[in-house]
Design a protein around this ligand. Structure first.
Ligand code: KG4
Ligand code: ZN
Length: 346
């Protein structure tokens, strides 16, 4: 089965061509530069940029794959969650195209696509379905932070989520307080790698809470007050590195300890992680050390599959179709607030 997949939920315009579970192409047009001057994603601008880039990116995906749109057996696009104007452009444009070409069209849940992205093998460019094990999965992105128990492929339920800011938002907002450019997460990660994570102590919100929810807004506020009290620290590069390392340590500590506690309580032998923040070196190292210490195996989404991409959308669609999901034309609208749970048994 040949699938053209589209992703436009936030600030990446992405397309991919999948052929019998193999990624043939997956170009991405990033909007990071456009939003950088506003310090965050502006939904209306994101939508206009998707309008400009979607067809060229889809055409590029088809050309790179050596295929034509008429060769496709299915079109799949992210239906939600995400920024409504951004989702609308990709989802409805390709829903209409599929209708005009009389091809089946399915909507994919963005979080579910992230959830299974650790199974994408960047060497074979396929999902490594055979090595599946029940796992606790940490999805950490700019919009969401959640812990999911995955009992078997495509059978999962959310056991915890953030009650306010997402981990990526916490990285981006604290980086902004430090005067770093947008998106702050990768910049803070880079500076943190040279700093002392014990130089300053920031709160570890909800770490002692017995449940699996997260909260990051208090940590952001504590960084704000700290900087107001010690503005001179930002002038010195060494201190700035230490601040970054200390903030990152607080975020990573909470993510790693809660994920590990969930895994031990659920008695699974594997942890997986995905979403933009899973690129963070502190988090990757922290999860690896915790898994080594507890005899668990770890799978983190690799390289370009951590952040938003269309390959994960197409591969999830392929996995679902292979597992018996219906191939009807989806005539619904976008689902900006689509929660992962409602998806579990579809
Ligand atoms: O999954 P993603 O591409 O988009 C959403 O679905 O939100 O995640 C983007 C988020 C941003 O907040 C970005 O700052 C963060 O992932 N991020 C990082 C790193 N790379 C990306 N955060 C910390 N360290 C990184 N290396
Ligand atoms: Zn995402």
């Amino acid at each position: 089965m040949k699938i053209l997949a589209i992703e436009s939920s936030c600030d990446e315009t992405a397309a991919a061509v999948i052929d019998d579970g193999l990624i043939l192409s997956d170009p991405i047009a990033s909007q990071i530069q456009l939003h950088a001057e506003y310090g965050g994603v502006v939904p209306e601008l994101a939508a206009r940029e998707h309008l400009k880039n979607l067809l060229p990116v889809a055409r590029q995906a088809l050309e790179m794959a050596g295929k034509r749109i008429s060769d496709m057996d299915l079109i799949a696009a992210t239906q939600g969650p995400g920024l409504p104007p951004a989702l609308m452009v990709g989802f409805h444009a390709f829903q209409t195209l599929a209708f005009a070409l009389d091809k089946p069209f399915i909507g994919v849940n963005h979080h579910e696509a992230h959830l299974y992205s650790p199974w994408i093998d960047p060497q074979t460019k396929r999902l490594n379905q055979n090595s599946f094990q029940p796992n606790i999965s940490l999805i950490v992105s700019g919009g969401h932070t959640m812990l999911v128990k995955v009992d078997s492929p495509l059978n999962h339920h959310v056991i915890g989520a953030t009650i306010d800011d997402a981990a990526g938002e916490c990285f981006d907002k604290t980086a902004k307080l430090l005067g770093l450019p947008y998106p702050g997460g990768p910049v803070l990660d880079q500076l943190a790698s040279k700093g002392n994570p014990k130089a300053y102590v920031f709160p570890r919100p909800m770490l002692k809470d017995p449940g699996f929810d997260f909260s990051f807004s208090g940590l952001k506020t504590s960084v704000r007050y700290f900087i107001q009290k010690h503005p001179a620290l930002l002038e010195d590069h060494r201190h700035l590195q230490d601040l970054c390392a200390s903030i990152q340590a607080a975020i990573v500590d909470v993510l790693v300890k809660k994920t590990m506690r969930a895994a031990l309580q659920s008695e699974v032998a594997m942890i997986t992680a995905s979403g933009g923040v899973s690129c963070n070196r502190g988090l990757r190292d922290g999860l690896q050390q915790a898994c080594d210490a507890n005899g668990l195996s770890l799978r983190i989404a690799q390289g370009r599959y951590c952040t938003d991409n269309a390959a994960m959308v197409g591969l999830l669609a392929a996995w679902k179709i292979g597992s018996g999901a219906s191939l009807q034309h989806n005539e619904e609208g976008i689902r900006p607030g689509w929660r992962l749970e409602t998806d579990a048994n579809e």
